[in-house]
Design a protein. Structure first.
Length: 262
């Protein structure tokens, strides 16, 4: 016996999905998909993502299809059976999007309980026109353009944190940027690990440590500029020197841990 706990379909996609027999949980779950990477097999289950193209209003649109089974996280709200991580991601995407933070558009989300356990599907649109931050060649940009880009990224991260969300995988490859003339837009993907912050300052700083570690190739000057824009300050006073010093210390710890695994 199967029990549907949640089912959502974007109204802008409903008829298109129905026309292509990709509109119900069963149709999507049973459809074969080419995984982008081998599915993760941990947390007592598995979780994978694939890429397909479907037509909507006659236009081919790239979609990311995520499927998982018994791949859950436990919390105070779900201490025993846990909650599918895609269910968490679905809620965070909708929350951030409703408050103006750019995220992939949700096309479909479904969650059900079957004899085999908990299953979840999350389908999102590709962020059309956006490019991963780690794929941008900053050396080809002017100094002014680089500073503007970094400032926009810092502001977007601050906006996410101000809404009480910790990304928990804040890598440049999960930060997407779109530049159109003088306009720079910044969005976030892979919010599966994200969660609402309870100890906001410390959890936000944890994101910043991760981002600082992952942008080591930026050099000290640009990373410091990022922090100034994130904290909305012109110069580091005594307090922010302590904060940035702590971030640098934790970043070094991460580097040592990584070197130790090699």
């Amino acid at each position: 016996m199967e029990v549907f706990l949640t089912l959502y379909c974007n109204p802008n996609w409903q008829s298109a999905l129905e026309n292509q027999q990709f509109a119900t949980f069963e149709q999507i779950w049973d459809s074969p998909i080419d995984w982008i990477d081998e599915p993760n097999r941990n947390r007592g289950g598995w979780s994978g993502v694939g890429c397909i193209q479907l037509l909507n209003d006659g236009q081919p649109i790239t979609l990311y299809v995520k499927k998982q089974q018994n791949h859950v996280s436990r919390s105070l709200l779900h201490p025993f059976k846990g909650e599918p991580t895609f269910a968490k991601e679905f809620k965070v995407i909708r929350y951030l999007s409703a408050h103006g933070v750019i995220t992939p558009q949700v096309v479909f989300f479904g969650q059900r309980s079957v004899a085999a356990g908990q299953q979840a599907i999350l389908i999102t649109e590709n962020l059309a026109g956006f490019q991963a931050l780690d794929q941008i060649t900053r050396s080809a940009m002017s100094l002014l353009a680089q500073r503007k880009l970094i400032a926009k990224v810092a502001q977007a991260v601050r906006s996410m944190h101000a809404l009480g969300i910790q990304h928990r995988a804040l890598y440049p490859k999960h930060v997407f940027v779109k530049s159109t003339g003088e306009c720079v837009e910044v969005g976030f993907i892979d919010l599966e690990k994200s969660r609402r912050m309870v100890f906001a300052p410390l959890q936000a700083l944890s994101d910043l440590v991760t981002f600082n570690y992952r942008t080591a190739d930026w050099g000290l000057r640009y990373r410091l500029y990022f922090f100034k824009k994130y904290f909305s300050i012109k110069q580091l006073d005594k307090f922010y020197k302590i904060v940035c010093g702590w971030i640098a210390y934790k970043t070094q710890q991460k580097q040592h841990q990584w070197n130790g695994k090699k």
